[in-house]
Design a protein around this ligand. Structure first.
Ligand SMILES: [Ca+2]
Length: 492
């Protein structure tokens, strides 16, 4: 009975609204928004001025933050290239999308992917830049069809290639030929994106353009002054010249050595180059009259430890420097401007949240959350935890809450860098690992309970890299049909 009255009330309100809108000549028809999703690779949250780093020169992304909403706690749940991209495109957990480590393909079908939703809704969908979703051999073009997951209007990618220098970087054209850029990869790819945007003037349907830059990712290793090998980051002289290497400060808790300053210098310079290219995109949006009705996102796929805590890899760790990334959204009149939010947000949530903000249907079965409502209402406490995991050698599962970072491995895969407990408030730089602390046993148990709850929801029985050896690397690399969860369930 009450339900009936409610329904009637809603109907009356809705009818009144229609009459109001119909009678109001000045009300413009609300156009579907465009989407410009831009992401760099291996850029930790702290490597931007708008995130508090006063050494970095990043005026264009800082401007985005002034005009939009900056997320202080965006987490790349499984901080590696392919796993992130798999989540971004599917909104699903790794075992349900295929991308559990690098070079394991995103399985087509099994529900619509991000761009398939947009394409089916009439969007022009375009992708420019690093892809790394096809699986297997990186040096081959991405075939047309389902392995492009809905990016059907324009697709320019090199798949995955780490030499960004002019004349060395390239993309695959529509004929499947390698075409080399005569400028830095970020700039060459951005020009392709600008050309696409130029072509979007006066088009009736909206667009969704994804731009995926590989820098500030390292590009190999070089021998340092200390005689050891270090990741290599240098780039164009004109970008390196923005900084004075000798005066660079490294992260708290790290020794300030010439080799570390070399790494920081190169990465900071690449970030400034990324920022310049981002400015070109924003200028172009304004030029084609799309700056007001475009949801713009800037983020990164994961961070970079930059040798923090003796890490031998840039990522794959549960530390903030590995998995906490910048995430800024701008959409004038809809997304709050010049604000920050501490809402716990993660890569899994990106697809459902953006579709939610754009008022579009979210495919069934996604594991991420549509957080559009807390974003629009300014609710920073809507999420209690985000899941984190890795399926590498030290496979870990854990959670990040507002107060704690927790991750655990099977005993045989344990390591001090993968079994961690950090107090996010008292120890923001994560210098003291409390995983073995007897005083924190009860807390650790409760964080394990939360971890077990998401594992149950995602059907993960604490599977590790060892369990995934049921198939060879080659079998996984070329798998285009079976979800890892199906393979594991059929055997265990
Ligand atoms: Ca990456």
């Amino acid at each position: 009975m009450i339900y009936g009255i409610n329904k009637l009330f809603k109907l009356l309100i809705f009818s009144a609204l229609i009459i109001f809108v119909a009678s109001c000549n000045t009300v413009e028809e609300k156009q579907a928004p465009n989407l410009l999703f831009v992401f760099s690779d291996q850029q930790t949250f702290d490597m931007l001025r708008c995130y508090g780093n006063d050494q970095i020169i990043s005026p264009n992304i800082d401007q985005l933050a002034k005009e939009g909403l900056l997320f202080t706690h965006c987490i790349s749940n499984s901080p590696t290239c392919t796993p992130y991209r798999g989540m971004l495109m599917s909104g699903k957990y790794a075992l349900h999308n295929g991308c559990f480590t690098n070079d394991r393909p995103l399985i087509p079908g099994h529900g619509k992917k991000f761009a398939e939703v947009l394409w089916d809704a009439g969007y022009s969908t375009a992708y420019v830049g690093k892809w790394h979703l096809q699986g297997g051999d990186r040096d081959r073009p991405i075939e047309e069809g389902p392995m492009r997951y809905g990016f059907d209007e324009l697709f320019y990618s090199n798949n995955c290639h780490v030499d960004f220098r002019p004349g060395k970087c390239f993309y695959w054209n529509e004929e499947g030929e390698k075409v080399y850029f005569d400028e830095w990869e970020v700039y060459g790819q951005t020009r392709q994106a600008l050309e696409y945007l130029d072509g979007r003037r006066d088009q009736e349907n909206p667009f969704a353009l994804f731009v995926s830059w590989h820098p500030p990712h390292d590009w190999g290793k070089i021998k340092g002054e200390d005689g050891k090998m270090h990741y290599r980051y240098g780039t164009l002289d004109e970008l390196m010249d923005y900084y004075n290497r000798d005066s660079i400060r490294v992260r708290p808790g790290m020794e300030n050595t010439p080799d570390l300053r070399q790494m920081y210098h190169g990465q900071m310079s690449m970030i400034t180059g990324v920022d310049i290219a981002f400015g070109w995109l924003m200028d172009k949006l304004e030029e084609i009259g799309a700056d007001k009705n475009t949801l713009v996102v800037f983020t990164s796929d994961h961070g970079d430890m930059l040798e923090f805590a003796g890490a031998t890899f840039p990522k794959q760790y549960p530390h903030d420097y590995s998995l906490r990334v910048p995430y800024i959204m701008r959409w004038p009149g809809t997304i709050p401007a010049n604000q920050k939010t501490g809402l716990l947000f993660s890569a899994l949530d990106i697809m459902p949240t953006i579709l939610g903000l754009m008022n579009m249907d979210i495919p069934e079965g996604v594991h991420g959350k549509d957080l559009s409502e807390p974003i629009l209402t300014g609710d920073e406490d809507a999420v209690d935890f985000v899941p984190i995991w890795s399926f590498y050698k030290h496979s870990f599962k854990g959670v990040i809450t507002k107060d704690w970072t927790y991750s655990a491995t099977k005993p045989e895969q344990s390591s001090p860098l993968h079994s961690v407990l950090f107090d996010r408030n008292k120890d923001p730089y994560q210098l003291e690992n409390l995983f073995e602390s007897v005083a924190h046993q009860v807390l650790r148990d409760s964080l394990w309970e939360i971890t077990a709850s998401w594992m149950k929801e995602f059907e993960d029985e604490f599977y590790t890299s060892e369990d995934l050896k049921v198939w060879s690397n080659e079998d996984w690399d070329e798998n285009r049909t079976r979800l890892p969860i199906e393979v594991l369930k059929s055997i265990h």
